[in-house]
Write a protein that binds this ligand. Sequence first.
Ligand code: AVI
Length: 322
Amino acid sequence: TPTARTMPPLTDLHPSPDDILGDTLAGLSATPKRLSSKYFYDARGSQLFEQITRQPEYYLTRVELALLASAMPSIAEAVNDCPHVVEYGSGSGRKTQLLLEGLVDPVAYTPIEISRSALLASVERLAEAFPDIEMLPVCADFTQAVPLPRPERPARHTLVFFPGSTLGNFTFDVAERLLRAMHATMGPRGQALIGIDLVKEVARIEAAYNDAAGVTAAFTLNLLARLNRDVGSDFDVGAFEHLARYSSERERIETFLVSRRDQDVHVDGRRFHFEAGEAMQVEYSHKYTDASFDALVGRAGLRVTRRWNAPGDDFGLRLLQP
Ligand code: AVI
């Protein structure tokens, strides 16, 4: 039928919906207060992130794309032939295209994503560009092990693709759990290609999270507007400001929303007080060294088998295997 051809079959593992109200109440009750960066990505937040990737200071996306393009022949050699490519998150367009074009005979492509709409939009685009690759999207939470759909033409092994240094948005404990789940998803003969931002000069890292046009500040503050809409809170968005600074000790950007004055915020009939200058933690972006990344993947039973670095060691791609 025409629908079957244009609409790839969706495997829906019914991921449990986020408890955005419960998470917000818990975060505001904690000391210091915190909110989760996973709630940045409503429609407006995703649009603002897209805009961040085009800011001159935000080197990550540009550098990773260039690295992927230049290292692709060598990556294709290191990845086993006829893979089932599994991407964490919905296909980010250019990067997915470069990978699928460059690999040797990829059999199937499975994006794993919690948002059904993002998932379908990405595979529809890719299905047109790659008619010979079977599109097998899975709606699931990739922080858990995901049973993969079987391609019609058997794949020899699985390659998990997790670009963008998104792993860096998780604390080491959670990242370790995620890598264990990834290990289970890809199986004993699988491989994973992961993009990571690397430790470098502090000024360049901090500039990337404090762009002059203020797009990152708008992105961070949008979290409060999103919560006002989705949990009925009454944050005065103009009464907070974006603060992103690098901790050399922890090798990560730590992003906060700082209260500009003494104020109360109400959520679900509860009142939360902010002191003037009080900082609420909203995001981490970890930067890695070879030592810190090798140790992290090692704790998940994986090892780095190949490394590709951008010029000046600005960003890295790592191939992992059990
Ligand atoms: C998606 N993630 C890898 C971005 C980062 O660099 O941590 C999110 C972001 N936050 C502020 N700017 C970009």
